[in-house]
Each structure stands twice: as C-alpha cells, then as structure tokens.
Design a protein. Structure first.
Length: 148
C-alpha cells in the first residue's frame, strides 16, 4: 500500500470517528433540550459552526499521529512534493465532493419544501457534509488504486 493510500485510509477513519463522536454529542444535547423557534436555530447554527474548527483540529492531530507512527514503523518520510497524478486525483475527488454536497443541500432544502422540521434540514446538511467528505476520500483511494 502506498503512502497516499495509507494517508487517505486514515483520513476516512478519522472523518468517521470525528463526525460520529461530534454528532453523538450534539444529538444528545438536542434530545436533552426543549428548543423552539429562535433557540432551535441558534442551537443548530452553533452546532454547525463549532463542527468546522473541531473537525480541523481533530483531523490535524490524527494526521500528525499518522505521520509519526508511519515514520517509526516504515522509516519512510511523507513525500515532499505532489506530482501531476496527485493534482489530477485531487481535482477529480474535489468534483465528487462538491457534487455529493450539492445533492445533500438540495435534499435539505427539499425537506423544508415538504414541511419537515428545521432539525431534519440541519441533520441532512450535517450528514451531506460528512458523506461528501467520505465520498471524496473513497474516490481518491479508488483513483490511486485504479490509476487515472
């Protein structure tokens, strides 16, 4: 398995771990609170805004741990450059990311059109962000295995 494949596999597991823990905490707080109107919007707005820095910090820490463990176990350093193949794979995966997230965004807006609750819209948005990230990582893994 190449370094890039290992890195993206760790990214996938970290995305699942961070999102699962964060969503579990947010959902337990939502269940414990009796929110209505502006309080409900404030709660979900804060949950969405807090998710961004929490995800960034957690993923950076997990990636640093991966680099250290990989260096100790295999004695190989991370590549110091990205070649054309890496750039093409990143662009193709970014396209998949955007497509999946936009699909989730339309589903979330469709939930409002169908008169579902605001909570369902925010949950769909959260899950579409996670699924788009996972789809992009899986697409990168596929392209590194298959080739472009």
């Amino acid at each position: 398995m190449s370094y890039q494949e290992k890195k993206h596999t760790v990214s996938l597991f970290s995305a699942i771990l961070v999102f699962g823990i964060y969503f579990g905490i947010v959902y337990s707080r939502y269940e414990g609170a009796n929110l209505e109107g502006a309080e409900l919007l404030r709660f979900w707005g804060a949950a969405m805004l807090i998710l961004i820095p929490v995800t960034i910090v957690a993923r950076m820490i997990i990636e640093m741990i991966f680099i250290i463990v990989n260096k100790i176990s295999t004695k190989e350093s991370p590549p110091s450059y990205t070649d054309e193949l890496d750039k093409i794979i990143e662009l193709k995966a970014l396209r998949v990311n955007f497509f999946v997230f936009i699909l989730g965004f339309f589903l979330a807006m469709g939930a409002l059109v169908l008169q579902m609750t605001i909570t369902s819209m925010f949950v769909i948005l959260l899950f579409s962000g996670f699924v788009s990230e996972a789809a992009g990582i899986l697409w990168r893994l596929y392209l590194y295995r298959k080739g472009v």
